[in-house]
Design a protein around this ligand. Structure first.
Ligand code: PEP
Ligand code: MG
Length: 909
C-alpha cells in the first residue's frame, strides 16, 4: 500500500487519471481525467479504495488518523479552487460538499451518498446571504439533515414505509394546505429544519452534529460502511465483484441545480443506452438536485428537441403543449445546451465509448459531475460496437472485447409474437426503459417476487417506483413495471444492467399496495393476474402474450463474424434431439460435444423397453429388451447425425444410475409386472435390489457398459448403422463414440474393444464403412491424473466438469443446493463451482489432464462438455489450456463463441 491516500482534482489539474480505476474507483479516476482534458468539474478529492480495505480491517479511529492530515490539506486545495471556505464564519462563501462512493465498477444506487455537507445554523445564513436565495439555503439545509440523518445516523422508517422526515414534511404540508414541496416558504423550511433535528435527537439520543469536520468524517465512514450493506453484497455476488476491491470516497464541492430558474440538473447519454442508436439523449429538471432526476419523484424533461418530440408523441402531448410545458434543454437554455453537446462529444471521443454523464447548471454555468462508460442493453452493446467500428473509433479486437458475453443472452431471448400482439389488449403505456418481452403474474413486493419464483411461478414486479431494496425481487422477476420515474430512474438503470425487461413511468398506473391491486382507469389488475410487458415500446398488455425467438442478423451477425475471425477454439453444442442440434447449428455450433443417450430413453414405449432390460434376470432377457431399443436408437442417431451433417457428433454411451429408470410407485410396478408377465412382488424386489445409497458414485457410466457389455454393443451398433445408412444416402456423418465416467484406462480399453468389434461386424454386414472415433469423458480425478495412459487408448477427451467438480470438491451434485448458498454468503466460496469453473482446483486437473493426454498422444482432441462450457470465464480458462473446443447448450453457443474469441485476443496480447 502506498503512502498517498488522497488525490486532489480541480481547476484543470488532477493527481490521478483515468488509468487509476483500481485505486481511485471508476468515478474518482474519471473526475481526475475530466479535469485533465478541460471539462468543467467541481473541485474535490478522492480517498482511495485501499483506505476502504484498511477501514474494514482496522476500524474507524485508525483510518481517520491515517488520512487526517492529507484530507485537511486537500480541503484547503479545494477551498482555493472553488473560492469558498469549509466551515466559513463569514469570511468567504461556505464550501459545501458532496460525499459519494465510487468502486472500480459502478454499482448504481447500492452505496451511500451525502449531499450539502457543511451546513449548520451559521453556514445556512451565509449561504442565504451570499446566494441571495434564502429559500434555496434552507431547503439545502433540511435536505442535508434528512440525508445525513438517514445515511450516517441511521434514522429510517421503522416499518420500511413511513420515513419520519417525510412524515414531518407531510404534516406541515397538510397544516399549510400545500400540494407540493415547492410551495414551502423559507420560514416553513426553517420550521422543518428544527423538526428534523428533533427527529434525529428523539431517534438516536444524539444531537445533529454542527461541526463540519465531524460531519465530514461521519459521512466518509458511512460510505465505507455502505460497502458491506446487504444490498451491496448481493449486488457484488450478482456481478461477481470481489469484496476485497472496496470503494473509494469522492469528496467534491457542491454545485446547485436548485438555485432557481436559471439552474438545472440532469443525466445524459452520448448514445441511446436502450437501442444503441447514435443519438445524444437524456433528461433534466429545472431548479432541482441530482437525486430528484434519478429518484423518479418528478418526471423529467428531455434534453434534445428531437428526444422531446419523440417523448411527446409517445405521451400524447401536443407540440404546443410540449413547447410551453415541457421544453427541451435545447430550447430552454440554448447556449448551455450547445456547451453540453460539445462536452458530451468530447467525452465520447476521449473515452471511445458511450458515456453516461451527470451535469448541473448552477446559475447559468455548466458543471459535469460525473462521466462513466454507460450501462447498456445487450442489443445496444452490439450495435454501438459495430457502429463505432464503422466510424473508425475502435478496432475489431476492441469491438469484440467490449461485448459482455453474458449480455448477448438478452438478444437470444424471445420477443412477442406479431400475431399474438394483434389480438392482445394494451392496458397502458409507459417508457420503454429496458427492452425485451416479459410475461408473468403480478406481484407488488420484492419479497413476494422471490417467494413466488421459488415455488415455480413466473412473475412481473409492479411498483410505484423501485429502490435498491427491491433488487432481489427485480432479479427474479421476468419484468418490472413502475408507475413513476423516467428513463434514468433506478428501475430503468438497474433493469438495463440486468438485461431485464422494464417499463417505467407508466403514469396511469395507480398502485394500491394494501389492496394488492393496481388500477388503470377503471380496470383493476390483482396480484396473481397475468400481464405482459414490452420493454422496447413501453406497452403493457393484459394476460399472457405468446413470444417467439429473435432473428439474429445484422449487427449481431457482424459480431459473430468477428468472433469467428479471432477465435482459436471452436464451439460445439450439448444436444440430444435433431431440433436442438439445428438451433445450435443456426447459432454457429460446429458439431455436438455431448449427446446424452439416456435422455433418449425416457419417453413412451422406450421407457418400458429400458425397464425390461434393467429388470431382466439374465443376459438373454437383457438382449431381448435391447433388441427392441435398437431400431429406436438408430433412428434417433440418424436424425442427429443428419442435423449435424459434416460436423463431429459425440455420442456418449449410457450413463445414469439404473434406479432412475426403475418404476418406483406401486401402480407403475404393477403395470411393469403385467408387461413382463411376472408377479408384482418380483418387480418390487428387483427395484429394491437396485437401490443405491450414493447413486452418483454408484452403478453408472462405463460401469454399466462393463458389467452389461450388451448395452454397449447395442448402442455402438445403433450409432454405426445410423452412420452407414446416412453415408449410403450421400451424407457425411462423423460419429465420435464417447465412454463415460472412466477412472482407469482398462475400463476404456474394454469398451473400445467392444465398439471396434461391433464396428467391424456392422461394416461387413452393410458392405460399407465409415470413419469414427472412440474417446472418453474425463470426469473422475483419477482419469485426469492418469491421462497419459488413458490417451494411449482414447482419440479424444471431453472434460465432464460437472462430475469432475463433484468429485474434486466432494460435493454431491444432487445435495449441494442445501449448503452452497450459505457457503457463498459466508464467502467460503466466491462462486458456485458447478456454474463457474474452479480454476484453482478443478482447473489444475483439467490442465494436467490436457497436458498429460497430449504428451502421450499428440493427435488427441480435447474439449469440455460440462455446464462450464457455456460460462464465459470458464470458456476463457479453456482457451488458456489450449483446448480444441468447448461444448454448451444451444442458447449459450453465441456466448461461448464470443468468450472463445475474447480469450484468444487476450492471450495474444
Ligand atoms: C459432466 O459430468 O460434466 C457431464 C457433462 O456429464 P453429466 O452432466 O451428464 O454427468
Ligand atoms: Mg458426468
Amino acid at each position: 500500500m502506498s503512502d498517498k491516500h488522497v488525490y486532489f482534482f480541480g481547476d484543470g489539474k488532477a493527481e490521478g487519471n483515468a488509468s487509476m480505476k483500481n485505486l481511485l474507483g471508476g468515478k474518482g479516476a474519471n473526475l481526475a481525467e475530466m479535469n485533465l482534458i478541460g471539462v468543467p468539474v467541481p473541485a474535490g478529492f478522492t480517498i482511495t479504495t485501499e483506505v476502504c480495505t484498511v477501514y474494514n480491517d482496522k476500524g474507524r479511529d485508525y483510518t481517520v488518523d491515517l488520512i487526517k492530515s492529507e484530507v485537511e490539506a486537500k480541503i484547503k486545495e479545494t477551498e482555493e479552487a472553488m473560492n469558498a471556505k469549509f466551515g466559513s464564519k463569514g469570511e468567504a462563501f461556505p464550501l459545501l460538499l458532496s460525499v459519494r462512493s465510487g468502486a472500480r465498477v459502478s454499482m448504481p444506487g447500492m452505496m451511500n451518498t451525502v449531499l450539502n455537507l457543511g451546513m449548520n445554523d451559521e453556514t445556512v445564513k451565509l449561504v442565504a446571504e451570499k446566494s441571495g436565495n434564502e429559500r434555496f439555503a434552507w431547503d439545502s439545509y433540511r435536505r442535508f439533515i434528512q440525508m445525513y440523518g438517514d445515511v450516517v445516523m441511521g434514522v429510517e422508517a421503522e416499518d420500511g414505509k413511513h420515513d419520519p422526515f417525510e412524515i414531518e414534511i407531510d404534516k406541515l404540508k397538510e397544516a399549510k394546505g400545500y400540494e407540493l414541496d415547492t410551495e414551502f416558504t423559507p420560514e416553513d423550511l426553517k420550521t422543518l429544519v428544527e423538526k428534523f433535528k428533533k427527529v434525529v435527537h428523539d431517534r438516536t439520543g444524539d444531537d445533529f452534529p454542527t461541526n463540519p469536520w465531524d460531519q465530514l468524517w461521519g459521512a466518509v465512514c458511512a460510505v465505507f460502511d455502505s460497502w458491506n450493506t446487504e444490498r451491496a453484497i448481493y449486488y457484488r455476488q450478482m456481478h461477481q465483484i470481489p469484496a476485497e476491491w472496496g470503494t473509494a470516497v469522492n469528496v467534491q464541492a457542491m454545485v446547485y441545480g436548485n438555485m432557481g430558474k436559471n439552474s438545472a440538473t440532469g443525466v445524459a447519454f452520448t448514445r441511446d443506452a436502450a437501442t444503441g442508436e447514435d443519438i445524444f439523449n437524456g433528461e433534466y429538471l429545472i431548479d432541482a438536485q441530482g437525486e430528484d432526476v434519478v429518484a423518479g419523484v418528478r418526471t423529467p424533461q428531455e434534453i434534445t428537441v428531437e428526444g422531446s418530440r419523440r417523448w411527446a408523441k409517445r405521451a400524447g402531448v401536443s407540440e404546443d403543449d410540449r413547447k410551453a410545458k415541457y421544453p427541451s434543454l435545447e430550447e430552454a437554455m440554448p447556449e448551455i445546451y450547445k456547451e453540453l453537446d460539445a462536452t458530451q462529444q468530447k467525452l465520447e471521443d476521449h473515452y471511445s465509448d458511450m458515456q453516461d454523464l451527470e451535469f448541473t447548471i448552477q446559475d447559468g454555468k455548466l458543471w459535469i459531475l460525473q462521466t462513466r462508460n454507460g450501462k447498456r442493453t445487450g442489443s445496444a452493446m452490439v450495435r454501438m460496437a459495430v457502429e463505432m467500428l464503422d466510424q473508425g473509433m475502435i478496432d475489431e479486437k476492441t469491438a469484440l472485447l467490449r461485448q459482455e458475453a453474458d449480455k448477448l443472452d438478452e438478444l437470444l431471448h424471445p420477443v412477442f409474437e406479431k400475431k399474438a400482439l394483434e389480438s392482445a389488449t394494451v392496458i397502458t403505456k409507459g417508457l420503454p426503459a429496458s427492452p425485451g418481452a416479459a410475461t408473468g403474474r403480478v406481484v407488488f413486493f420484492a419479497n413476494d417476487a422471490e417467494e413466488w419464483k421459488n415455488r415455480g411461478e413466473e412473475v412481473v414486479l409492479v411498483r410505484q417506483e423501485t429502490s435498491p431494496e427491491d433488487l432481489k425481487g427485480m432479479h427474479v422477476a421476468n419484468g418490472i413495471l413502475t408507475a413513476r420515474g423516467g428513463m434514468t430512474s433506478h428501475a430503468a438503470v438497474v433493469a438495463r444492467g440486468m438485461g431485464k425487461c422494464c417499463v417505467s413511468g407508466a403514469g396511469d398506473v395507480r398502485v394500491d399496495y394494501e389492496g394488492r391491486t393496481f388500477k388503470v382507469g377503471d380496470r383493476v389488475v390483482k396480484e396473481g393476474d397475468w400481464i405482459s410487458l414490452n420493454g422496447s415500446t413501453g406497452e403493457v398488455y393484459e394476460d399472457k402474450v405468446a413470444t417467439v425467438n429473435p432473428e439474429l442478423s445484422g449487427n449481431f451477425a457482424k459480431i459473430m463474424e468477428l468472433a469467428e475471425k479471432y477465435t482459436k477454439m471452436y464451439v460445439r453444442t450439448n444436444a440430444d434431439t435433431p431440433h436442438d442440434a439445428q438451433v445450435a447449428r443456426d447459432f454457429g455450433a460446429k458439431g455436438i460435444g455431448l449427446c446424452r443417450t439416456e435422455h433418449m430413453f425416457f419417453e413412451g414405449e422406450r421407457i418400458i423397453a429400458v425397464r425390461e432390460m434393467i429388470l431382466a434376470e439374465d443376459e438373454e432377457g437383457r438382449r431381448k429388451a435391447l433388441a427392441k431399443l435398437l431400431p429406436m436408437q438408430r433412428e434417433d442417431f440418424e436424425g442427429i447425425l443428419e442435423a449435424m451433417d459434416g460436423f463431429g457428433v459425440t455420442i456418449r454411451l449410457l450413463d445414469p444410475p439404473l434406479h432412475e429408470f426403475t418404476p418406483n410407485d406401486e401402480a407403475s410396478q404393477e403395470e411393469m409386472a403385467k408387461e413382463l408377465g411376472v408377479p408384482a412382488d418380483v418387480v418390487k424386489s428387483k427395484v429394491e435390489s437396485l437401490h443405491e445409497f450414493n447413486p452418483m458414485l454408484g452403478h453408472r457410466g462405463c460401469r454399466l457398459g462393463n458389467t452389461y457389455p450388451e448395452i454397449t454393443e447395442m448402442q455402438a451398433r445403433a450409432i454405426l448403422e445410423a452412420a452407414v445408412n446416412l453415408k449410403k444416402k450421400g451424407k457425411d456423418p462423423r460419429p465420435e463414440i464417447m465412454v463415460p465416467l472412466i477412472g482407469t484406462v482398462e475400463e476404456l480399453k474394454l469398451q473400445k474393444e467392444i465398439i471396434d468389434r461391433i464396428a467391424n461386424k456392422v461394416f461387413e454386414e452393410k458392405g460399407e464403412s465409415i470413419d469414427y472415433l472412440v474417446g472418453t469423458m474425463i470426469e473422475i480425478p483419477r482419469a485426469a491424473l492418469t491421462a497419459d495412459k488413458v490417451a494411449e487408448v482414447a482419440e479424444f477427451f471431453s472434460f465432464g466438469t460437472n462430475d469432475l467438480t463433484q468429485m474434486t470438491y466432494g460435493y454431491s451434485r444432487d445435495d449441494a443446493g442445501k449448503f452452497l448458498p450459505i457457503y457463498l454468503n459466508k464467502g467460503i466460496l466466491k462462486n458456485d463451482p458447478f456454474q463457474v469453473l474452479d480454476q484453482e482446483g478443478v482447473g489444475q486437473l483439467v490442465q494436467m489432464g490436457t497436458e498429460k493426454g497430449r504428451s502421450s498422444n499428440a493427435k488427441l482432441k480435447v474439449g469440455i462438455c460440462g455446464e462450464h462450457g457455456g460460462e464465459p470465464s470458464s470458456v476463457k480458462f479453456c482457451g488458456t489450456v489450449n483446448m480444441d473446443y468447448v461444448s454448451c447448450s444451444p442458447f449459450r453457443v453465441p456466448i461461448a463463441r464470443l468468450a472463445a474469441a475474447q480469450s484468444a485476443i487476450e492471450l495474444d496480447k
